[in-house]
Design a protein around this ligand. Structure first.
Ligand code: FES
Length: 331
């Protein structure tokens, strides 16, 4: 291809390069700034997400064996790799390796976070993967790369036309070391800012946790005890507007909701998108998923109001003892 057409090609790819690189860089920083993400459990936590993927993903055996026992380390590694891939493609440092890492991350996200998205084209991770592959195949074409400046800073002579593989390896290694140092610095600063407090924290998950909406365990109210098989009492659910409990049949988290007309309904709290746990939102009266924003309407059989799924929540039939107000699962 003539040189001027090559330059046009690489210029045409600049929006893709800066969008994909910038988004991955931001995503990595955002994860480390989010106080809910680096937690073993809780809405939006890496621990909960991994537990979900260990149920639904084709990578489940690998996740259970490697990632699930060390969720915080997994979260830090994923965020740091996102930062490194983003920085690499933005600066041109270790460019091809960065695009490979980015494509592998996007593939992993597709096989986990997006695996349950139907139809597949609603999931964002495949397009990112294709974007990374395109960038890797095209290369940066010498546009907006900082490698030369870094080599000069380390007093490396400009590459000679007849430079051998050893010289290439030395330059590649130097770029990799600088990129790794840059990525670890950004990750470390993000982690420190997050630890400093809410002023630096990224937007927290928009939900209050299920525990904040009511008791985290079956209960009829503060200090009360319930008969075996009873999940809660009508009075307690109406006061709190919702109660979380564990479905003894499936072992899933589940939620009771008191509707505005006083009716009480129950749902399996596993989001039908990718299996995170939904929680009741007092403001809207809906059940919200912290992972990708699905919204379910408890007043209409758990139907989807918004979000990346078409499947309503699974409704759980309940029985209410008219005399005592005790609620138990039917059947
Ligand atoms: Fe994706 Fe709930 S798991 S919206």
């Amino acid at each position: 291809m003539p040189p001027d057409r090559q330059v046009s090609l690489h210029r045409a790819l600049l929006p893709l390069r800066f969008f994909v690189g910038g988004t991955f860089l931001f995503a990595g920083i955002d994860k480390l700034l989010d106080p809910a993400f680096l937690q073993v459990a809780g809405p939006g936590s890496i621990g909960e997400q991994l537990a979900t993927y260990a149920r639904i993903s084709p990578l489940a055996p690998l996740i259970s064996a490697v990632a699930l026992p060390a969720p915080l380390l997994t979260g830090v590694i994923v965020a740091s790799l996102e930062i490194a891939a983003g920085l690499g493609v933005l600066t041109g440092l270790a460019y091809r390796l960065s695009t490979i890492v980015g494509a592998l991350l996007a593939l992993t996200f597709f096989l986990t976070a997006s695996w349950a998205v139907r139809p597949y084209y609603l999931g964002p991770d495949l397009p990112y993967m294709v974007g990374w592959i395109t960038l890797g195949l095209a290369g940066h074409g010498g546009l907006y790369v900082v490698g030369d400046r870094i080599e000069r800073a380390f007093s490396l002579p400009p590459p000679a036309p007849e430079a051998g593989p050893a010289d290439e390896t030395r330059r590649g290694l130097l770029q990799l070391i600088v990129l790794a140092a840059g990525a670890l610095s950004v990750a470390g600063i993000s982690g420190m800012l997050s630890a400093l407090g809410p002023a630096f924290a990224s937007e927290p998950a928009p939900l209050s946790s299920p525990v904040a909406n009511g008791s985290g365990s079956p209960s009829g109210g503060p200090g009360s005890s319930l008969a075996p098989g009873v999940i809660a009492t009508v009075a307690a659910v109406r006061v709190a507007r919702s109660r979380v409990f564990t479905d003894p049949t499936s072992g899933d988290p589940a939620v009771l909701v008191a509707l505005p007309d006083g009716t009480i309904v129950a749902y399996d709290a596993i989001c039908t998108h990718a299996g995170c746990t939904v929680a009741f939102d007092r403001l809207s009266g809906n059940l919200l998923c912290p992972c990708h924003g699905a919204i379910f309407d408890p007043a209409h059989a758990g139907r989807v109001v918004d979000g990346p799924t078409d499947e309503p929540l699974v409704s759980l039939p309940i029985r209410i003892d008219a005399a005592t107000g005790a609620i138990s699962l039917a059947g």
